[in-house]
Design a protein around this ligand. Structure first.
Ligand SMILES: Nc1ncnc2c1ncn2[C@@H]1O[C@H](COP(=O)(O)OP(=O)(O)O)[C@@H](O)[C@H]1O
Ligand SMILES: [Mg+2]
Length: 306
């Protein structure tokens, strides 16, 4: 039986008059990896901050592990592993001490704290760095340390705000592998991202967000299939030729998305165009549809544009 561990109803965050999160609903099941995919400014961090009791809910309901975020903040915080977007390591402590001191906050006995810290450093390939200060680490190492720290008290819910933004591909892969391991052990994972590959790889279900609102919700494959189709055709046209092509497509009632020096075609239009001799002079590339296409179809913009 699935058990709901986090429920939001009409969840709203305002900063003064500005509405950053606009009355959203979601329900997260125990053991799933649930994603919030959206561009900068979508409201992802605001949601994470309300969930982790860093920032108050303006309106609506938010229940984490059966507890209301307005009333049981301490208990909620004790049960969550949190990796925020901001780096919050103590610069005066070594890597190892950063973990041990975090363990104390969660009331871990000293020997358990030290044991878990050693294991966590091993798991995140940081054992050789344990006596260095955070300032001596690369960005990727610091992020690994933040994730290791969030797991130190063995939380059953892990909340990660853009866990791999700015990381090199190798570190990103290590983080992904570790998150999959924790999911396999039954840890519920919430993550925000603007990387569609990350959302597609890790998430059982996700919401696609824009400007404080949820546009669609579902498993990545289902969202792609229902909003885009299996494949996308990209037609590469020079800017000077584009207008003529666009006019011809519009005349014939063929739907497309204009992406600058390429046009994207979806759904039923994909098959017809490859055989269509009137476009034979343009390079057509067929590729599998992805979550970026979903966002594009819903908003007319890309995930990485402002
Ligand atoms: N403390 C704040 N005061 C005023 N506006 C804010 C504050 N924090 C975030 N915002 C605004 O709220 C919107 C959503 O921000 P945020 O939740 O950080 O989005 P995301 O994490 O998806 O990039 C943005 O337009 C941002 O500028
Ligand atoms: Mg953010």
């Amino acid at each position: 039986m699935e058990k709901t561990v986090i429920t939001a109803k009409g969840l709203t965050k305002k900063y003064g008059e500005f509405v950053a999160v606009d009355g959203i609903d979601f329900a997260i099941q125990s053991g799933e990896c649930f994603g919030f995919l959206g561009p900068n400014g979508a409201g992802k961090t605001s949601i994470m901050k309300m969930l982790t009791c860093i920032s108050p809910v303006t309106e609506g309901e938010l229940v984490v592990d059966g507890r209301d975020v307005r009333r049981e903040q301490r208990a909620i915080k004790m049960g969550l592993g949190v990796v925020s977007q901001a780096d919050s390591l103590d610069p005066d402590l070594t890597v190892f001490q950063n973990l041990v001191s975090y363990g104390r906050y969660f009331n871990l006995p000293a020997d358990v704290g030290r044991q878990r810290a050693s294991e966590a450093l091993e798991l995140f390939q940081l054992a050789e760095r344990s006596h260095q200060k955070p300032d001596e680490l690369s960005g990727g190492m610091r992020r690994r340390l933040l994730i290791a720290r969030a797991l130190l008290h063995d939380p059953n819910i892990l909340v990660l705000d853009e866990p791999t933004t700015g990381l090199d591909p190798q570190t990103r892969l290590l983080v992904w592998e570790r998150l999959v391991q924790f999911k396999d052990r039954g840890v519920t994972i919430l993550l925000t991202t603007h990387y569609m590959e990350e959302a597609a790889y890790l998430c059982d279900r996700l919401v696609v967000m824009d400007r404080g609102a949820i546009l669609v919700e579902g498993p990545p494959r289902d969202l792609i299939r229902s909003h885009v189709g299996e494949n996308v055709l990209e037609m590469q046209v020079s800017l000077s030729e584009k207008q003529a092509v666009v006019d011809s497509l519009s005349e014939r009632g063929i739907d497309f998305e204009d992406r600058g020096d390429s046009l994207f075609f979806y759904g039923n239009n994909v098959d017809g165009l490859e055989e269509d001799t009137s476009f034979a002079e343009y390079r057509l590339v067929r590729r599998p549809a992805n979550l970026e296409d979903v966002f594009l179809r819903l908003t007319g913009r890309g995930l990485r544009e402002e």
